[in-house]
Design a protein. Structure first.
Length: 416
């Protein structure tokens, strides 16, 4: 069963709690390798990407115990053995193990990482920066090996803002000899969460949440217990689902302070969003309201991960809209699938033009990446008739149980 069957036409109504952040959990789990002892990670989401990261840690000899949303990682039995290629190959975030393992052991060999096909996302930037920190790296067609007796602090000027490179270089630098400067550094909340975890463990990091990070290397880090923040993209997904299907829902623990660009855009498109002390209350929009331009960018601008979900909402609008993608060059893969449902969307370069459709109809459509798959589910909630979204495994990479959570919000859907 690798599909979701959705019976469209029902407005949403109810409450669901927002899971822990995928994009914060993965680098934090990688960071546990830097610590001798047992770390406890609270609110860790039960998703396939986390499963693969935990499997990678186990393959390196770490002890991993999961109790509901609490994960314990004990590195005392670390052996440094090879990582399973299938887990490395399916998860982009495995690349950050390079920085952590180089800092811990001085050597790493790994296959090039995988993940969603949403653009080139080369790791050249990671490898070039690690070389500047003293690593010797040999590359092949399938992977790379890197060595460094001890990484050295360096001034790392990145040619563009990269979340992955910022995370990897943070992990490489906290135990390096001397001071490392990373700029321009990514400012995403997940970077702040990683810095917070490392600082609790004894790392000396200045500038978390800004475009310039200064890391003073330390000799060791101590075990800690840390709580992963709620997932802003998952919260945005259910907000978008309500915009598509209509209704009124409460998203418990949704981090409104991290979602300003998404909430502002949703309000411009006619949704009503109330920021509460323990989450956000969303009232779905009038489909005849104005639908303007959405442009993606680095945080705090509108997140590329939300682009396909807002495209689904635009496709149901009675007016034209435009989405400009500035982060990844291949993130319009959802367009052909939405058009199967009756959407009228054309793509010119990095701009998608969404013409009025008003209604969508049920269809069999295919998820081709994580957020696009979730967007197809959101669109199907509002479509006439029955839809089937195949390739559910992409969606499982980032959502604990999208079917169960949407049912809690009044949707009619099931595994197929």
């Amino acid at each position: 069963m690798d599909a979701i069957r959705i019976y469209g036409g029902k407005c949403l109504d109810g409450q669901t709690a927002i899971q822990g952040s995928k994009n914060a959990s993965l680098p934090i789990l990688a960071a546990t390798l830097l610590i001798d002892g047992t770390c406890e990670i609270e609110n860790c989401p039960d998703i396939s990407d986390v499963y693969h990261m935990l499997r990678l840690l186990e393959s390196l000899g770490c002890g991993v115990v999961r109790e509901a949303a609490l994960v314990r990682v004990n590195t005392r039995s670390f052996s440094g053995c090879d990582m399973p290629a299938d887990s490395v190959g399916v998860m982009r975030s495995s690349v950050m193990l390079a920085g952590a393992l180089l800092a811990k052991t001085g050597r790493i060999c790994m296959k090039y990482p995988g993940g969603c096909v949403i653009g080139a996302r080369p790791i050249d930037l990671h490898l070039r920066s690690l070389r500047l920190m003293g690593a010797s790296i040999e590359e092949s067609e399938t992977g790379f090996c890197a060595e460094a007796a001890r990484l050295k602090g360096a001034v790392l000027h990145l040619p563009f803002i990269s979340v992955g490179a910022t995370e990897n270089l943070l992990l490489a630098s906290v135990l390096a000899d001397g001071v490392t400067v990373i700029e321009p550094a990514a400012r995403e909340p997940e970077i702040r969460a990683l810095c917070g975890f490392l600082q609790c463990a004894g790392a000396r990091i200045e500038g978390a949440g800004t475009g310039r990070l200064v890391i003073h290397g330390v000799d060791r880090l101590r075990p800690v217990r840390y709580r992963v923040p709620a997932d802003r993209i998952v919260a945005g997904t259910y907000l978008s689902a309500c915009m598509c299907a209509g209704g009124r829902i409460f998203l418990k623990d949704a981090p409104a302070d991290q979602m300003e660009s998404v909430i502002n855009c949703a309000e411009r498109m006619g949704a009503a969003v109330s920021r509460e002390a323990d989450g956000i209350l969303v009232t779905g929009r009038d489909h005849e309201s104005v639908c303007d331009v959405v442009t993606t960018g680095c945080y705090p601008e509108f997140p590329t991960d939300m682009q396909s979900l807002f495209m689904a909402a635009m496709a149901l609008s009675g007016r034209a809209g435009r989405i400009e993608e500035t982060v990844f060059e291949n993130r319009f893969r959802i367009v052909s699938e939405l058009c199967k449902m009756g959407a009228d969307i054309t793509v010119q370069g990095n701009v998608a033009h969404v013409s009025p459709a008003g209604r969508l109809h049920g269809a069999i459509v295919r998820a081709q990446e994580l957020r696009g798959g979730a967007a197809l589910v959101a669109a199907a909630l509002a479509a006439d008739g029955t839809s089937i979204v195949t390739n559910r495994h992409y969606i499982d990479r980032g959502y604990e149980d999208i079917v169960l959570n949407l049912r809690a919000l009044g949707a009619d859907l099931e595994l197929a």
